[in-house]
Design a protein. Structure first.
Length: 320
């Protein structure tokens, strides 16, 4: 390991001013190493909004790249349109008959691979277990072998879910068009992910640090040691404009910053992490927002009933 958990905790405790300085230093190192052939991966969310602002304070003309999956909140898409020098990409798949890349969509992706549920790890284990109910991953899911990351049996019922489940949606919808862009342009991404978001991202940072120059797919993640509080404070203190769906940034009764709107964006139909939503009112508002701004899939009884089993909605939100 290049870094330890203690290193991460120490860096996460730094004041915001120092984090800004170190992050911009990492961006400069990345930019200079690749002689300017870099871009900012921009989702329109609050984290990548901060990243783009940090990068453009140094390099005003740096390119941003946005993947329009068709599943973003309308407010996110409108916000992205306000930014200059943003390249829009779209989900693609390789057509073996035509021998070329063609556009695809969410419906085709979930019909082919399955729905993203709970987390990438759980969804991947469910996919394996559906193919082979006696495999080791199935044992983890059923709680026969202890594994807290798989819920110790909590998600075993997903093996019998009446629809496909897998972790491949993000790769098909977002990563593939980005990979094609990198191959065609020779540019290298700067990404706004943070180690605090997951165990896998923590481990990745410990192994490679912020700038992974030597990776087969080199990436820069200069905000790895930031926290959500840092992101909210940066937006608030520097007056950076962000997507309206987050609402206002305010302090709660414990002195912590929070948004009055949604706390996270991403793809609207993605169910990764939705079960962790602490603000149940926000969860219901999240679903109502989806239903009022999109035409579809949640009105199907299969997916709708599944959301009900997660306790995120009550039946009349989907049917009366």
């Amino acid at each position: 390991m290049k870094y330890t958990e203690e290193d991460l905790k120490k860096m996460q405790s730094w004041p915001l001013e120092r984090k800004i300085q170190v992050t911009q230093t990492r961006i400069i190192e990345w930019y200079q190493h690749w002689e300017g052939k870099v871009y900012v991966s921009f989702s329109g969310g609050k984290d990548s909004t901060v990243l783009l602002d940090l990068a453009r304070r140094i390099y005003p003309d740096i390119e941003a790249v946005f993947v329009d999956t068709g599943l973003e909140y309308p407010e996110i898409r409108e916000f992205v349109k306000t930014k200059e020098n943003v390249t829009w990409l779209y989900p693609i798949k390789y057509d073996k008959e035509k021998k070329e890349w063609v556009k695809t969509n969410f419906r085709e992706v979930i019909e082919t691979y399955g729905y993203p549920v709970i987390s990438k790890r759980v969804a991947g284990y469910v996919e394996s277990s559906k193919r082979n109910p006696n495999c080791k991953r199935a044992q983890y899911l059923k709680g026969e072998i202890e594994n807290t990351l798989c819920g110790n049996g909590k998600y075993a019922y997903l093996i019998d879910a009446p629809f496909k489940i897998s972790e491949k949606c993000c790769n098909a919808m977002k990563k593939q068009p980005m990979k094609k862009f990198v191959k065609e342009t020779g540019k290298h991404p700067i990404i706004g992910t943070m180690a605090s978001e997951s165990i896998s991202r923590t481990i990745t940072w410990q192994k490679q640090g912020c700038n992974a120059f030597e990776n087969s797919d080199p990436t820069s993640q200069p905000m790895s040691f930031w926290t959500e509080q840092d992101v909210l404070r940066y937006l608030k203190e520097f007056g950076v404009k962000y997507a309206s769906i987050y609402g206002d940034i305010v302090e709660n009764e414990h002195g912590k910053l929070m948004t009055t709107g949604v706390s996270r964006t991403g793809c609207m139909f993605c169910m990764f992490g939705v079960h962790l939503e602490k603000n149940q009112t926000a969860s219901k508002e999240w679903l109502l927002h989806i239903l009022s701004n999109t035409i579809t899939a949640l009105t199907s009884s299969v997916v709708g009933k599944f959301l009900i089993t997660l306790g995120l909605i009550i039946p009349h939100y989907l049917w009366t």
